[in-house]
Design a protein around this ligand. Structure first.
Ligand SMILES: Cc1cc2nc3c(=O)[nH]c(=O)nc-3n(C[C@H](O)[C@H](O)[C@H](O)COP(=O)(O)OP(=O)(O)OC[C@H]3O[C@@H](n4cnc5c(N)ncnc54)[C@H](O)[C@@H]3O)c2cc1C
Length: 268
């Protein structure tokens, strides 16, 4: 049987939330904490679990959400007139506290012209948002096998969350590309996990190119290993090609997730 490529929560529904707090973590990362009384039923799976985040268009008062459960929001959202239809974007749940009715999202602040980046940069306590839980794609087939985790800044929250949930004894090489040295985080050291921060610091190239180039030249674990790579689409596709074609890794040992495409806005 082929390995599972994703796992969804058992129960999924669209909930209304409000911004509780906004914290500027580093020059390019902002944590927005969202709170909802409906979070109790949230099926939190940890690791790289994401949400669809719904937020109002710029200058719009209030948030119009489709009235739906399960996946039916996808059809129903198009019944909302385009001028007041919310934006929808994918974001990782960096941390979740269902008992407190809160979750944190870490946004890359990549420019005020982009809707989600603008929303996070200007978010204030009380602002409305919608949340629909998505699934996880980080699915190592055997936790004893060493891992290679690679991300540009958009997937740094996913990899840090994966490390937060790491089993004792995890052996991993981790490559995290960030815009500047000031975006490097202090992270509790885990025995067996080696983290390489890769700041671009003004060096040109699109996000993810430095991580791809670095991993291509790196000494990787001998023998079997599982890879999770996410970020601008050229990073996951380029790294999978390299691992399969040049390092002889089976395709099934690589979870490769395109989070965004350079020069292309997300739909919605
Ligand atoms: C499963 C999943 C989880 C994700 N988790 C996170 C997360 O936790 N944090 C996070 O910040 N992002 C995350 N992303 C990526 C995020 O959804 C995209 O970056 C999204 O395009 C941002 O929306 P926007 O409205 O800011 O830009 P868009 O309107 O989609 O794009 C506008 C322009 O900005 C460019 N752009 C988009 N994202 C970036 C970026 N990060 N850096 C530079 N340019 C960019 C586009 O190429 C386009 O030219 C995730 C994506 C997926 C699929």
């Amino acid at each position: 049987m082929p390995a599972l490529r994703f796992r969804n929560p058992a129960f999924r529904t669209l909930i209304r939330a409000r911004v509780a707090r906004v914290t500027r973590l580093t020059p390019h990362f902002i944590t927005v904490t969202l709170a909802s009384e409906e979070m109790g039923g949230f099926d939190y799976l940890g690791v790289d679990q994401a949400v669809r985040l719904f937020f109002p268009r710029r200058g719009q008062d209030g948030l119009r959400l489709p009235n739906s459960s399960g996946n039916s929001w996808i059809a129903k959202i198009y019944l909302i007139p385009a001028a007041v239809r919310p934006h929808v974007r994918n974001y990782t749940i960096r941390a979740c506290r269902p008992d407190a009715g809160e979750l944190d999202i870490e946004f890359v602040a990549h420019g005020d012209d982009s809707p989600a980046s603008h929303w996070a940069t200007h978010a204030r306590p009380g602002d409305e948002a919608g949340l629909f839980p998505e699934g996880i794609q980080y699915l190592p087939p055997d936790p004893r096998v060493p891992q290679l985790l690679v991300a540009d800044e958009s997937a740094v929250p996913a990899v840090l969350s994966i490390l937060d949930h790491a089993p004792a004894g995890l052996r991993a090489s981790v490559f995290l590309e960030v815009p500047t040295s000031s975006d490097i985080r202090i992270f509790p050291a885990l025995a067996g996990v080696r983290v390489h921060w890769l700041p671009r610091d003004g060096r040109g190239g699109i996000p993810g190119a430095l991580a791809l180039e670095t991993v291509r030249a790196a000494a990787l674990p001998p023998g079997e290993f599982y890879t999770f790579v996410a970020g601008e689409s050229a990073l996951p596709t380029g790294l999978r090609r390299h691992l399969v074609n040049d390092r002889g890794r089976p395709r099934s040992s690589v979870t490769c997730v395109g989070y965004w495409r350079h020069g292309r806005a997300s739909l919605g």
